[in-house]
Design a protein around this ligand. Structure first.
Ligand code: T1G
Length: 688
């Protein structure tokens, strides 16, 4: 074996050279890796005894892409990826990529430059650059469509999705798929066959039949794709650039297409959207790190889960655990509620199966792990019990006191409360150390965010386990301290307050919704209220018309569900402004002597977002969030903040903290001390 450099070894087995790359954690294409590839290929080329080359990686995965940590930093002297690929394409010996784990981005682009590709059955591949606000900048937009055709290439580069080995084989990305433990033997066999049968030095760049065939209808193909995905890709810059690269692959010779790819890559790399999305990539991983807890903190076992409450939240929460094979006992007080709740879970799975994402057997497996009960005592063996009952402190305290007598020693007792004081709930038990908040977001089986509320007495192992089980069920878990509304809802309340003021002072609900929709939110606060239902938490018996919502409910408005709310809705749920609601707003403002005025979009946006940022600063000052990027992760994954804007704190940094201080004062809002301090010192929340 020859050590080519610190990360690349070359061994020779007969006429086959094996280049083994080993650069943890994911063999990303850092400078040493690029050098190792260039030198390794040169060495194998120079050895007359070598007739074929296998490129394989050690560790958890094949190359997972460019080294994102290098982006934005001064270039170091090393071989470029382009150099490596040129050397591969000029090789006189067939190069076979042996792929396991995930061949992503530049990693797949390296593999596409090889002559042949063999993969382990569990391997995946993809071009996820679009998720970083980029495009495959090493020929992926030109080679992939030549192998799989433009339609599939468009899907892969604009979604960034990972493709399993079987699908990749069918597409034509992989040439062979072998059992996981047969990857190297399979690659060696392929290499020997290539030598014996004198396989051609096939380059993806020369395979033009699929792009040639697509060219006559290219205009329609791309127009249809753009139209179909317009809503999904709204506001993003990278997807359109990716589409243009695939268009170039269809309409231009390879080398011309590469020039288009390069020309479109650079502005994305330098743009704020990609900086935001690369920041989010690392922020998501940082959120999992809990200060004061070792990364390998001892986790408590969670082999069975108890859920109290089979309503929308309880049922959704239960599905998360059933999905990963953890048995769930769900408890309700009445048989009718229990059966309904279990029926909704089954219906959800059946709907998923109808879309082909689950088999009927999967549904039965999941349902087989679910047990219903009317007796809390049935939770006596659960490792983790999560309550999802009515948001009332007395009810929760009474329940936790009962759980104290039911749960086994060491069981974790979690509350799904969305804003109540977890310490108060914990104090209702004799085991406050075992109590933690696990705030799921509705629909709990869909939304990725989980706020893990760290009580004053929550034990580290309990906190670590809540975070760990959150990751296991596919959530992005963020630690929050105990305060009203934790991180997300606490900030949201400030946006809601301003939105209510704005429609009294002169804006209409549709103005506020439009401004926030155009900013990138999926919908504005008033459309959201209609969707959720205006009568949530409203009580006809006690309602006295004190708020605009009271008056709307008293007028029989319930939002989208009865077609009348801040908007009127037709049978297809198309919405139009509601003159009745506008009158309620105008009368309400007149009664309070408010002289309405025209309010411009900039003011609407600032008054909705800057108070949230200000509250985020207070959350940081009070240490209710570990770091500014955690606040951003909460808003990105729980409230639809557009990922290409990085999150409220990242956005604030680029809006300008000094400007924010000045604007808050202009609106009569006192800036948080931390915000003033950072603004005065020219620092930022996120350091980005
Ligand atoms: N560069 C640098 N570090 C990376 C990395 C990368 N590409 N991918 C992962 N890491 C780190 C990550 O920060 C974490 O570090 C550790 O590896 C484990 O990751 C030219 C321009 C591969 C599916 O977008 O999707 O190629 O926290 O916790 O859940 O056209 O990482 O341990 O210190 O995520 O098992 C394209 C991004 C780049 C792939 C593994 N490639 N990575 O998931 O582990 S742009 C990507 C992932 C590009 C070319 C363009 C995932 C994963 P730490 P992890 P995981």
């Amino acid at each position: 074996m020859t050590a080519i450099n610190a990360v690349m070894d070359l061994t020779r087995d007969g006429e086959v050279a094996v280049l083994t790359l080993n650069s943890p954690p994911v063999n990303a294409l850092s400078a040493p890796v690029r050098d190792g590839l260039a030198l390794g290929i040169a060495a194998a080329e120079a050895d007359p005894a070598v007739k074929a080359i296998v490129l394989i990686c050690a560790g958890r995965t094949f190359i997972a892409g460019a080294d994102i940590t290098e982006f934005g930093k001064p270039a170091v002297k090393s071989a470029s990826l382009f150099d490596v690929q040129t050397a591969m394409e000029q090789s006189k010996k067939p190069i076979i990529a042996a792929i396991h784990g995930t061949a992503l981005g530049g990693g797949l682009e390296v593999a596409l430059t090889c002559h042949y590709r063999i993969a382990a059955a569990s391997a995946k591949c993809g071009l996820p650059e679009v998720k970083l606000g980029l495009l495959p900048g090493a020929g992926g937009t030109q080679r992939l469509p030549r192998l799989v055709g433009p339609e599939i290439a468009l899907d892969l580069v604009t979604s960034g999705r990972h493709v399993g080995a079987k699908e990749a084989l069918k597409m034509g990305v992989f040439d062979e798929v072998v059992a996981d433990d047969q990857l190297l033997p399979g690659a060696m066999a392929m290499a020997r066959k290539a030598i014996a049968e004198k396989w051609p030095l096939r380059l993806a760049r020369d395979v033009n039949d699929k792009v040639d065939a697509a060219r006559p209808n290219a205009a329609k193909l791309f127009a249809d794709f753009r139209a179909k995905n317009a809503k999904l890709l709204r506001g993003f810059e990278a997807p359109e650039a990716n589409i243009q690269c695939i268009e170039a692959a269809v309409n231009l010779p390879f080398d011309e297409g590469i020039k288009v790819e390069r020309a479109l890559f650079v502005p994305l790399m330098q743009g704020l959207q990609s900086r935001a999305q690369r920041y989010v990539f690392f922020a998501e991983r940082m959120a999992a790190k809990v200060e004061g807890l070792p990364a390998d903190a001892q986790l408590l076992p969670v082999k069975s889960v108890g859920i109290i409450g089979a309503g929308t939240m309880g049922g959704g929460i239960a599905m998360n655990f059933l999905n990963v094979g953890i048995p769930v006992t769900i408890v309700e007080m009445k048989e009718e509620a229990l059966s309904r709740g279990i029926g909704v879970i089954r219906k959800n799975y059946e709907n998923t199966a109808a879309k082909g994402k689950l088999t009927a057997a999967d549904v039965e497996t999941r349902m087989g792990l679910l047990k219903g009960s009317l007796d809390l005592a049935d939770l006596g063996q659960a490792d983790l019990i999560i309550e999802a009952v009515f948001e009332n402190m007395d009810i929760k305290k009474e329940l936790f006191a009962k759980l104290d007598g039911v749960a086994k020693p060491g069981a974790i007792l979690a509350s799904n409360t969305s804003y109540l004081n977890v310490d108060e709930i914990a104090a209702a038990t004799k085991r406050p150390g075992s109590v933690v908040g696990m705030h799921f977001f509705s629909p709990a089986n869909v939304m990725r965010l989980l706020e893990v509320v760290n009580g004053a007495k929550t034990e580290p192992a309990v906190l670590a386990t809540a975070m760990g089980i959150g990751k296991k069920i596919g959530k992005i878990a963020v630690v929050s301290g105990v305060c009203h509304g934790f991180i997300g809802n606490r900030m949201l309340s400030f946006r809601q307050q301003q939105a209510q003021k704005l429609i009294l002072e002169g804006a209409l609900p549709s103005d506020v919704d439009r401004v926030l929709y155009d900013f990138g939110f999926p919908m504005g606060p008033f459309q959201m209220s209609d969707l959720a239902g205006l009568d949530i938490g409203w009580n006809a018996a006690t309602s006295k018309g004190e708020t605009i919502r009271d008056r709307m409910c008293e007028a029989g408005m319930r939002g989208q569900k009865n077609g009348k709310g801040f908007y009127n809705y037709d049978a297809e749920r198309n919405r139009t402004p509601s003159p009745e609601t506008e009158k309620i707003i105008l009368d309400y403002a007149a009664e309070r002597g408010i002289n309405r005025r025209s309010i411009d979009d900039d003011e609407i946006l600032e008054r909705c977002l800057l108070p949230m940022v200000n509250e985020g600063a207070k959350i940081l000052e009070e240490k209710m969030a570990q770091r500014a990027s955690d606040i951003d992760i909460v808003w990105l994954n729980g409230y639809g903040w557009p990922v290409y804007r990085g999150g409220p704190m990242f956005w604030a940094d680029h809006y300008g903290l000094a400007k924010i201080v000045e604007r808050l004062k202009h609106y009569g809002i006192t800036p948080a001390p931390l915000l003033e301090k950072l603004a005065a010192s020219g620092q930022t929340f996120t350091g980005q």
